[in-house]
Ligand binder design. Sequence first.
Ligand code: SAM
Length: 289
Amino acid sequence: MRDSLRDLRLGASGPQPPPVARRRGATAAARADRYALYQIAVQDPEGDVVRVRRMYERLHGRTPRTLREDFCGAAAFASAWVAAHRENRAWGVDLDPEPLAWGRAHNVAKLRPEQAARLRLLQGDVRTARTPRVDVLAAFNFSFFLFKERRELLGYFRRCHAALARDGLFVLDAYGGPEAMEKRKERRRCEGFTYVWEQARFDPITHDASCYIHFEFRDGSRLPRVFGYHWRLWTLPELRDLLAEAGFSSSTVYWEGTESGTNEPNGIFRPRACAEEDPAWIAYLAAKK
Ligand SMILES: C[S@@+](CC[C@H](N)C(=O)[O-])C[C@H]1O[C@@H](n2cnc3c(N)ncnc32)[C@H](O)[C@@H]1O
């Protein structure tokens, strides 16, 4: 798979979280902070801020200022959003108090007080959370794949439509391709550890998939299955049909380009109506209210 669902949309090039706290004598795995490693390995919040801003500006000719980050976890994206401009405001929504608390202690704590004041983190279900209407609603790292039933995903997309301002944009990501339907493990070296993406199960009838993230360290210690995902591998045409049914007036697929010569993905996503076959891809979808 393209660099292990990798660098997904990432590149992980922006500022890195603070070093993991050290305890003498313990293994690297025992000293590690799984949320810090996750952010280093699979997120690119500053890059996402720029990508999403450009998508919005292309459609509306103005800069978006308000964001809701669904499934925000530690709210890396929402934090980067408020840091990017003094008029930006953001709301982050997640069910789980643990990543929210980690995000407050690490991502929000790094913001200036004036920036943090423009960010609200809410513990709740994205299907029922109430927030002011926003310019951009983002759901990243495939989290909505957790909604396996068509009716359930449609209900969520309808809520997203309602949560957006009149000229709002819903931005989500997806992955796929034949390699996404295989059992496989992919490793990628990061600074001080190895990120492992495991596709442990795929059901071709239901498209149910189980995937895990593991971290491995040079001293031989491991953090197995630190994050697990049991979701449905939705296809782009299914998602676009559902977005239209939920009321979005149009949706655009942002497809990743490749380096000439190597044909490796280059991290640059452009609107495309059709694409060449690809064994493993990730893409953004931008749905206009
Ligand atoms: C794959 S993580 C995504 C984290 C982050 N958005 C990212 O881009 O890496 C999925 C997150 O979704 C949250 N979650 C799952 N179901 C949810 C729901 N119904 N409402 C709100 N959050 C939910 C989990 O608690 C978890 O933090």
